[in-house]
Design a protein around this ligand. Structure first.
Ligand SMILES: [Zn+2]
Length: 315
């Protein structure tokens, strides 16, 4: 876990000052990256990247082909294809993007061009069609990191607004949009028969969550989304988070409660005239830790600042 976080974020320390997407190709070195595959349940697998900060890729092996959830960085498509081939030699039938971020959906540049259908929320297609600039959020290093527009044949081909179901043999795959949260196009994917949920970055395990509030994200919405995720799970549901290992609904509820506390304490603290530092010192839960990345206190302060920003309390 610690290693994962270090690899994920440190590259930005060196390159975020220059807002060129070329740097993405410089800091991701496929020779130093590998894939770890875990069988989640039955015919569902999770592929985690080691050494690059990949979003978790979900793989469902159906009778007529593979359904992939997220496609990671374009540059590691060979590694990803290799990892998938070890699971099954069936063709990739379609891909579902959990959201537009490049560590989850940049592989559209490769798989889209190959003509593989890509399913996403409508706003993913809209955002990928344009240049996007990341919100620094809790990680200052991401500020002004630009991601170039995708070409037409690299965009999602099937989009939805609220919810949709896909049917594969006896499995029904439900895709839910619960409103603004991590971004404004987050999909939560549930394999109903297997009782497995892939949350994308609507739920993660690296500490305080990065929420892209300048690209449609909302901290308030993120908390609400966690409640909706909990509602589609039971105690036996296996959850694949956007980053980190397999978990269950208790982890989701805990994050929801912790973030709600952050939110309420920040708003009430501000009303009492407290500074960000004073609000921060009144919150004693360990979501402020960053598992080795950056300064935990700065991240915590940035999260509190983001809550104030979202509520137009500060500019
Ligand atoms: Zn994301």
């Amino acid at each position: 876990m610690k290693k994962f976080i270090l690899f994920f974020f440190f590259p930005f320390i060196f390159y975020a000052q220059e807002i060129s997407f070329d740097k993405y190709y410089n800091w991701l070195n496929p020779d130093e990256m590998s894939m770890k595959t875990t069988q989640v349940k039955d015919n569902i697998y999770m592929i985690e990247g080691i050494g690059g900060g990949f979003g978790n890729v979900g793989v469902f092996v159906g009778e007529n082909g593979i359904i992939m959830i997220d496609d990671s960085f374009e540059i590691i498509e060979e590694l990803l294809n290799e990892a998938i081939a070890k699971i099954s030699n069936k063709r990739i039938k379609y891909i579902i993007n959990t959201h537009y971020h490049f560590d989850h959906a940049d592989g559209n540049r490769y798989y889209g061009k190959k003509g593989i259908p890509i399913v996403s929320h409508h706003n993913v297609r809209t955002r990928q069609a344009e240049i996007t600039t990341a919100y620094g959020g809790i990680f200052d290093l991401l500020e002004n990191f630009n991601v170039p527009a995708h070409e037409m044949d690299e965009l999602p081909t099937v989009t939805y607004e609220n919810t949709m179901n896909l049917h594969e043999g006896n499995e029904t795959i439900s895709i839910h949009y619960f409103g603004q949260g991590h971004t404004d196009g987050d999909s939560i994917i549930k394999f109903n028969k297997a009782n497995v949920v892939h949350t994308g970055d609507s739920f993660i395990l690296y500490g305080l969550p990065y929420i892209d509030i300048t690209n449609g994200g909302s901290i308030k919405g993120f908390i609400k989304t966690l409640t909706h995720i909990a509602e589609i799970c039971d105690e036996d549901t296996i959850i694949i988070p956007g980053h980190g290992g397999l978990t269950n609904v208790e982890g989701v509820k805990k994050m929801r409660d912790d973030l709600q506390l952050y939110y309420n304490t920040t708003i009430s603290g501000h009303k009492k005239g407290l500074t960000i530092e004073q609000i921060s010192s009144s919150i004693n839960i360990d979501l402020g830790k960053t598992n080795g990345f950056g300064d935990p206190l700065t991240v915590k302060h940035n999260f509190i600042r983001s809550i104030l920003l979202e509520n137009n309390i500060i500019k």
